[in-house]
Design a protein. Structure first.
Length: 49
């Protein structure tokens, strides 16, 4: 699924509390930065803390 969030400097915020698997510590997810054309500029794999 896709979520869009706000990016400010080096911080980002995305609402995820309605996705059960993203509330379980140890699960992984990807964060991707896109340009205005939708091209992926950066991908980072993160772990739920």
């Amino acid at each position: 699924f896709v979520r869009y969030g706000a990016v400010t400097g080096t911080d980002y915020k995305v609402y995820i509390y309605d996705v059960p698997s993203l509330r379980i510590a140890g699960n992984t997810f990807e964060v991707r930065a896109l340009d205005t054309a939708g091209n992926v500029l950066y991908t980072s794999t993160q772990t739920v803390q």
